[in-house]
Design a protein around this ligand. Sequence first.
Ligand code: ATP
Length: 437
Amino acid sequence: MANTQATLEKIVSLCKRRGFVFPAADIYGGINGLYDFGHLGYLMKENIKNSWKKSIQNDLGDIFFLDGTLIGPHAMWEASGHISNFHDPMIDCMNCKKRFRTDDDNINTEKSCPSCGIKAWTNIRDFNLMFQTQLGAVADESAQAYLRPETAQTIFVQFKNIWSTSRTKLPFGVAQIGKAFRNEITPKQFLFRMREFEQMELEWFCKDETSMDMFNFWVQKRQEFYKSIGINMNHIRMYQHPKEKLSHYSKCTFDVEYEFPFGFKELEGIAHRGTFDLTQHTKFSGKDLAVFDQETAKSETPVVVESSVGVERLFLTLLFDAYHEDVMDNETRIVLKLHPKIAPIKAAVLPLVKKISAPAEDLYKELKKQFINIDFDESGSIGKRYRRQDEIGTPICFTIDFQTIEDQTITVRIRDTAAQERIKISQAATYLSKIIS
Ligand code: ATP
């Protein structure tokens, strides 16, 4: 029997075939760990980001947004600990010159190289994952800078500016969606481990005495987010870091893990980071990042609860979760059962035959005024056109047929069940709004 499960190969192929994701610089052979997002990929990423922005709104405190720089000075990364600690253990095969992470499940340095079968390892070295660059023409130490490996640090270094301009009080959050760069030794599993990716990070600043409650609040709320975007929660598990694996400053850390075909892997990290980040930047910059509490008339350094998830890792998760194959009209159908909030195209307008394209075009133009991501397709059999939309996850199709000319009704065809119903053409926009809200 054919394998109908989602596999990495099927997802990669679908992404390229339908214009979600292309290897970067594809005509030059691609670059490992770098990808460009096509029209559908772009739209889907925007939907993910918008859902995330909504999901962090809450009743406990304000959320402010930041759009920080991608390049940061040496001193900033020294303070954050990235210069000394942000590395992975690396080993090379001297025979085939392949490079590996020694903490990779597939690597056993007691055995031979999994690529060439010869045992000729170098020593294990630490490899810093940050991309280093030089600002300006003078190559001295003061010009040394790095592409950020996470968005969080730009939030911490702007903490005082945000605090003093926002007129807020603890607790509050600063959120950022933006690029991060990591020179991963072995980028793999498509969008799972990339060298350039986007993160959605929330740094929640609160008082020490309430910080564990706040932590638990966010652990709960982040799970609600995954449910709200349609992820099958049977594939999600919460992994609590054991005490001995916790960073020295963290009171508690959970990973939200998703069950990929290659095992349960981290999708998001949620960490109680204590006062570590603000204290470090205070120490290294000489600027006091404590805040004055009117109630207690004391200065205090807020505790940080962080949640951090990669846009593309979530994108990949959503594709795996939504991918289904079934048989329809004796043909295998690939369908992405994406939540309508996430689906890149919200609806397609299809004239049954080209002869009646005019009313279909009118409906398409009308819907485009309200929803930007609407598709129009008049080529090929109607069955084939439904399949094309199923494969990219379009929740509904509006079909214009001969009856439309007579009574101004259209067929609504539902992606997941292929069920059909008739509605008035004038109800199409309202129908669609309800489905995607
Ligand atoms: P991993 O152990 O999987 O490398 P990490 O613990 O280094 O992850 P964090 O530093 O906690 O990851 O980053 C927060 C989130 O950013 C991760 O949960 C993941 O969603 C995303 N992320 C991190 N590294 C990458 C990467 N190389 N490619 C894509 N997404 C990433």
